[in-house]
Design a binder for this molecule. Structure first.
Ligand code: ADP
Length: 589
């Protein structure tokens, strides 16, 4: 009796969400999660599956995907690491350029993978020399599987090309946009919430990374002038110097860069849209080959160089982008990105499941039926929580006519404490699971979408399940607040307008949904990805913006904008700090 009372008391207080970090995971992830009230996984104290988020810098094993439980998230989709290998990216982009043409896929500098492409490189090298009539042309050589600027050099004469491991040789963008003579590139943070259907969010904040010596084509060996990697520039002699306009160090936030563009009278909108297109088109190259994993999401770092004609170029895509905090800009940007990423994971609906499947160690000690080794010894115990989960899903969708054989077991009692919280007897459920060992089902991607729309993120400090759920007999545990520190309401919400559960939220924190961006692209990415249709829509949107930017064909744009409203396509424009919706923008220009 005493232990039952203790158990009831323990379970009535919500258990914190639990994160698990693999060796080498960034400190900022730990810091942010602890600040949000999470608890770190302790393998000595907790059971194998008693966590909500597993964060690794390197790839997960197949085992991790196969054994995922309904309340768990992984920070990588399977098979995405290859995108950050320079040769794989170059190969994929070349294939897409061959299929869909340079008008769509002309955003990455032409590249050759050596030694295989040596003859083709020689041809191109000879051709550009002829075309340039003696003026030097520049190339950059990069080891295919190194990062942080390691092993990179720039050359103009082929006699300086030397390599002893596979490399890519890429056209060097020799006319970068400069700020007070300094070269820079942009680090854009992109979250792929799902590859099936493709769902992309881009973060409004990011980093501008400067070289620390003035750009000079006469000194190709000076890496502090040509490379923008922080890992290189923080060791440069001018890192701490207060450099003209750039200031000390080598980083700005994207917000500061926006102010700079505005101060120069530059219309940034088309630039952002082109960057947005680069991200979408690059992810299209790998999307069909990524196995579906609804419990994963992925943070990529896209490196973009802008040339003096304001054309953005894709330099590379980083899997597990660096999250070290070197300066104030890092702290502001990276902490914000991680916070918003956690919000995108939408945890408030899953923790009660873990809590029911795995009672906290403190609670287990007082619990007559939950031996600490139960889940380890009995493989079916892992299914306990899955069956609870399935049951909750059924309840949630209002299907009270449960499949009694599978979901209900005569020996399973749902007991409520004074708070209305429900306890499950794991042993009893284990019996039912053993009887019917059907494979557990994974959560469908639609469960990841914010069912109540983005506004629910603004709700009170304590979240419970959706109102539909509150009407059921099983009241669930409240979860710690999901912070919505930077959420700004927007006038339109595509999901609110369509009332479609499958439409993702337009904005979560500073993450803006950039794909799908209308009903056509949503449909084109539902089952098999229809790349042609997507490209068509991307071009249509870009030219629509081009038209409105130059204030031409105003009537046509307005017509299109009202057609857009009819289509309920009111996507937000990624890029501007407080993004307008596409239809708002077009009708006001
Ligand atoms: P790493 O993975 O080693 O950082 P990157 O491809 O990002 O390799 O290149 C490192 C840096 O070199 C970039 O941040 C950029 O400043 C410069 N760089 C790379 N490729 C080019 C290019 N094609 N044209 C101009 N600069 C480039």
């Amino acid at each position: 009796m005493q232990s039952l009372v203790a158990l009831l008391m323990a379970v009535s207080s919500p258990a914190p969400l639990v994160f698990r970090l693999h060796d080498g995971a960034p400190d900022v992830v730990r810091e942010v999660l602890l600040e949000r009230g999470w608890e770190e996984y302790d393998p000595q104290e907790q059971d194998e599956g008693d966590w909500n988020l597993y964060w690794r810098t390197s790839a997960f094993r197949n085992f991790d995907y196969e054994n995922i439980l309904p309340w768990q998230r992984l920070n990588h989709h399977p098979k995405t690491a290859s995108i950050s290998r320079k040769d794989c990216l170059a190969r994929n982009l070349r294939r897409m350029r061959g299929t869909y043409g340079p008008a769509s896929y002309g955003f990455s500098p032409i590249a050759f993978i050596l030694p295989n492409d040596y003859t083709r490189f020689l041809e191109e090298y000879g051709k550009t020399r002829l075309e340039s009539a003696g003026k030097p042309r520049y190339w950059i050589c990069k080891p295919v599987d190194l990062s942080r600027g390691r092993g990179i050099f720039i050359f103009s004469d082929i006699k300086h090309l030397a390599y002893d491991s596979p490399v890519i040789v890429q056209k060097y963008i020799s006319n970068p946009l400069l700020i007070s003579g300094y070269k820079f590139d942009l680090r854009i943070y992109v979250c792929v919430k799902s590859f099936h259907p493709l769902t992309i969010y881009m973060h409004q904040e990011g980093l501008v990374r400067f070289a620390t010596e003035k750009y000079n084509l006469d000194s190709l060996d000076n890496l502090f002038s040509h490379l923008t990697n922080t890992s290189i520039n923080k060791f440069g002699p001018f890192y701490t110097t207060d450099k003209e306009r750039v200031g000390q160090g080598c980083k700005w936030t994207l917000s500061k860069f926006r102010s700079f563009l505005r101060s120069q009278g530059i219309n940034e909108l088309l630039l952002w849209q082109k960057i947005n297109n680069i991200v979408t088109l690059t992810l299209l190259t790998i999307a069909p080959s990524i196995p579906s994993s609804p419990s994963s999401l992925e943070l990529f770092g896209f490196d973009i160089l802008i040339d003096s004609n304001f054309k953005p170029w894709l330099l590379e895509v980083n899997y597990s982008p660096a999250l070290s905090l070197d300066c104030a800009a890092d702290i502001m940007v990276k902490k914000g990105v991680i916070n918003d990423l956690i919000d995108l994971m939408n945890y408030r609906r899953v923790d009660s499941l873990r809590q029911q499947g795995y009672l906290r160690p403190r609670q287990r000690r007082t619990c007559c039926f939950s031996s600490p080794s139960l889940l380890k010894k009995n493989p079916a115990a892992l299914l306990i929580a899955k069956s609870v989960y399935r049951k909750e899903r059924r309840r949630e969708s209002g299907l009270n006519s449960l499949n009694a054989e599978y979901f209900e077991c005569p020996s399973v009692e749902r007991r409520g404490n004074s708070e209305g919280n429900t306890l499950q007897d794991p042993k009893a459920i284990a019996v039912s699971v053993n009887k019917k060992a059907s494979p557990p089902q994974m959560e469908s991607p639609s469960c990841w979408y914010e069912h109540e729309g983005v506004q629910s993120l603004e709700d009170s400090s304590v979240h419970t399940w959706s109102s539909a759920n509150r009407n059921t007999s099983s009241k669930v545990f409240s979860l710690p607040a999901i912070q919505s520190h930077k959420y700004k309401p927007t006038m339109f919400s595509w999901d609110h307008m369509t009332h479609d559960r499958n439409v993702p939220s337009h904005r979560v924190g500073d993450f803006i949904l950039t794909f799908p961006f209308n009903e056509v692209t949503r449909k084109a990415s539902q089952d098999t990805l229809d790349v042609k249709t997507v490209l068509h829509e991307v071009h249509k949107l870009t030219s629509q913006l081009t038209f409105s930017c130059v204030k031409e064909k105003k009537k046509k744009v307005n017509n299109e904008s009202s057609a857009t409203k009819k289509n309920k396509c009111t996507s937000l424009l990624w890029g501007p700090r407080n993004p307008p919706s596409l239809s708002e923008y077009c009708s006001s220009h």
